[in-house]
Design a protein around this ligand. Structure first.
Ligand code: RFL
Ligand code: PHB
Length: 405
């Protein structure tokens, strides 16, 4: 079939936060890219997901002129609370231990800000690009084919960025004998709701024998709440009344009495999973964000990892393309994966600490309780958790490879 032919420097697969942010940063550095997104813009903007940004993510958005609305409407947070039935509550004090704060600002808003920034700069985001196929990725002349409105297209490029999320095709392009994967599925999901009611002042992670719960927020008038639920559950089983009743039962009384309930405007269930694919590079294809790894949402790391991957990848591409220095790009996978594994680790541990595992025996339960007691008692543990929760700074790479003597 004849192809409509086009060319760009970097073909970006997926127009979620990772793909759009990469495209924006490349453009700021004079590098041309095209984003191919399978869904409509309206669909991408309607997905409700992350809400909490690490200090480094906030800084990255500021550095690239993307923070105007975030700084106006986002809410800075010096940490989050953990509660556990029968014990004192604990504040993860990121400000005290790291001097840094986090930001509550929705992924929906971030994606909208990124779309606007791309549109203002005349960037190309092609929505409803179907049957995307990555070709010749180990050659010097890779290309991408896709169809749109029943026409077929070919996009020649120098590099391909796979930013197409966990279910995308980029990772699947890497041969099975090269890709190593690591996975943990958890025996429960999170049922989340959004409601137009004032939230609690702080984020609160609650452990309760009935299961985990989380109080979060999007704005002064928009609350986001989650409860742990069985994987077999469906949204149909959860009327608003049942949700609020269960949520309230999982927080300490003095917290529960402050929760303002109201009709939900969104309700969904997400399974929890840990997943890493290594390496994040194959020839001229580079993976970033959920395309390469998944974390359970307990540590609020997913979107932040997408941002750190994009930081490292954009630096590699800019150095390679603009300055002919291959060093950063060559080490992309290795550097990005260090941060990925740190986030996998804290997300896994917070998930262990805060959920009821159906197969937990009495020994496991006492270890879980003891881990919480350690946190209450040990300043070393408190500092470690605060550092991990607020997120590691991005590595300045020049220290990575020793200069030959
Ligand atoms: P995305 O957002 O999945 O975007 C990938 C895009 O690729 C498109 N796509 C394709 N395009 C072309 N061709 C194909 N074959 C394609 N296949 C897929 C998709 O349509 C989509 O638009 O991945 P990206 O950009 O890597 O971003 C990752 C984040 O979205 C994700 O990590 C976070 O949402 C995770 N997450 C959280 N992260 C945080 O940092 N803090 C949080 O508080 C937080 N809370 C959450 C979360 C994720 C959740 N769910 C539902 C998974 C809470 C929840 C409930
Ligand atoms: C959210 O607001 O959606 C949120 C906040 C913190 C988390 C996970 C999700 O750990």
């Amino acid at each position: 079939m004849p192809h409509h032919h086009a060319r760009t420097q970097v073909a970006i697969i997926g127009g979620g936060p990772a793909g759009l942010l990469l495209s924006h940063i490349l453009n700021e550095n004079g590098i041309d890219s095209v984003v191919l997104e399978r869904r409509t813009k309206a669909y991408v903007l309607s997905r409700i997901r992350a809400g909490l940004l690490e200090a480094s993510t906030v800084q990255l958005f500021r550095d690239y002129g993307l923070a105007e609305r975030m700084d106006r409407n986002g809410k800075s947070k010096d940490g989050s609370w953990i509660t556990r039935q029968g014990f004192d509550s604990y504040f993860i004090d990121t400000h005290k231990w790291t001097g840094k704060s986090m930001m509550v600002y929705g992924q929906t808003e971030i994606t909208e800000d990124l779309y606007n920034a791309r549109e203002q700069a005349g960037g190309q985001v092609i929505n409803e690009a179907e049957d995307v196929n990555l070709c010749d990725v180990t050659s010097d002349t890779p290309f991408v084919t896709y169809t749109k409105d029943d026409k077929s297209y070919r996009l020649d490029c120098d590099y391909i960025a796979g930013c197409d999320g966990f279910h995308g095709i980029s990772r699947k392009t890497i041969p099975a004998d090269i890709l190593r994967t690591y996975e943990r599925a958890y025996p429960f999901g999170w049922l989340g709701i959004m409601a137009e009611v004032p939230p609690l002042p702080d984020l609160i992670y609650a452990y309760h024998e009935r299961g985990f719960a989380l109080a979060s927020q999007r704005s002064r008038l928009l609350s986001r709440y989650y409860i742990q639920c069985p994987l077999t559950d469906t949204v149909m089983n959860w009327s608003d009344d049942r949700f609020w009743e269960e949520l309230i039962a999982r927080f300490p009384k003095e917290v529960a009495s402050e929760i303002i309930t109201g009709p939900s405007i969104e309700k969904s269930i997400a399974p929890l999973r840990s997943f890493v694919a290594e390496p994040m590079q194959y020839g001229r294809l580079f993976l970033a964000g959920d395309a390469a790894h998944i974390v359970p949402p307990t540590g609020a790391k997913g979107l932040n990892l997408a941002a750190s991957d994009v930081f490292y990848l954009s630096r590699g591409l800019v150095e390679q393309i603009n300055n002919n220095r291959p060093h950063h790009l060559q080490h992309y996978s290795e550097v990005a994966l260090r941060r990925v594994w740190s986030s996998e680790n804290i997300s896994w541990r917070m998930t262990q600490l805060l959920h009821v595992f159906p197969n937990m025996d009495r020994f496991d339960a006492r270890i879980q309780q003891n881990n919480y007691e350690l946190l209450l008692q040990s300043e070393a543990q408190q500092q470690a958790l605060a550092e991990e929760y607020v997120g590691a700074p991005f590595e300045q790479l020049d220290a990575l490879v020793p200069t030959p003597v």
